[in-house]
Ligand binder design. Sequence first.
Ligand SMILES: [Zn+2]
Length: 288
Amino acid sequence: MRCYLCGSPEQELVSERLRYESPRKVYRCARCGLVYLHPGMTPEEERRFYEQEYGEIYSSEKGTTPEQLFQSRLPDARMYRSWVAGTVGREDSCLEVGCASGYFLVTIREDVGSVAGVETHRLLRESCESRGIPVHETLQEIGEGTFSRIFAFFVLEHLGDPLAFLTEAKRILVPGGKIFIVVPNVEDALLSLYDIPAFRSFYFTPAHQFYYSRMTLGSLFEKAGLPQHEILPKQRYDLSNHIHWMTAGKPGGVGKYNHVFTPELLERYAGVLEDHFLCDTLCAWVTV
Ligand SMILES: [Zn+2]
């Protein structure tokens, strides 16, 4: 059992419980701090997981069709669009990896030169195609230097071999092209500052094989031979959600106390978490 990132054989146990039933446990590398599930999935397990099991977990939990997923994710897509504004334009050919039903690509289609996706799930690919979005099943089937921008929202943490992904992304980008990566931050205040047991059991899930911090995400880019990167903090969940976790011990509660909290307070709270990198999300621009 060696760390994927630095090869160290030393680790500490972070959690024995995951959100769903699983034989895996969560460890943190004693040398570099990378947080990971062990035992990891084999490439075959990973492929099966995304073709069947994850889809089933998802649909039984949320009871959604691709169309409902599309509609319910539009607010997220608009938020992602605001995050990438200024770094994409009419000259860009854009690829989103893990594009699901295409909500982000539809949202930015008017801002950019072209859009395309990669999606392993067949029903989601069909949903994209019905919206006129060309979609590939894998990165491997895409030629060298095809795109100028690649987006991966909450994808990297699912991958058992993120270095292979970054190498493929580099191959299909034009020189000077950029990858925009968004992952959960394992230094999230609910975990690292308040350390709420219910959140800990909820946070770690069999679907996420690695859990990144600003430090370990940067190390991953360095190891992939991508030294030009900028990692930015983002807080998506609000103060009411945090108080709900503390009082009820479960997800939800967004906006619950907004009849008392002012917009200035909410903004300040999110800003303080971001200043300390105790926010829930990390965004990275990586230039190849
Ligand atoms: Zn390590």
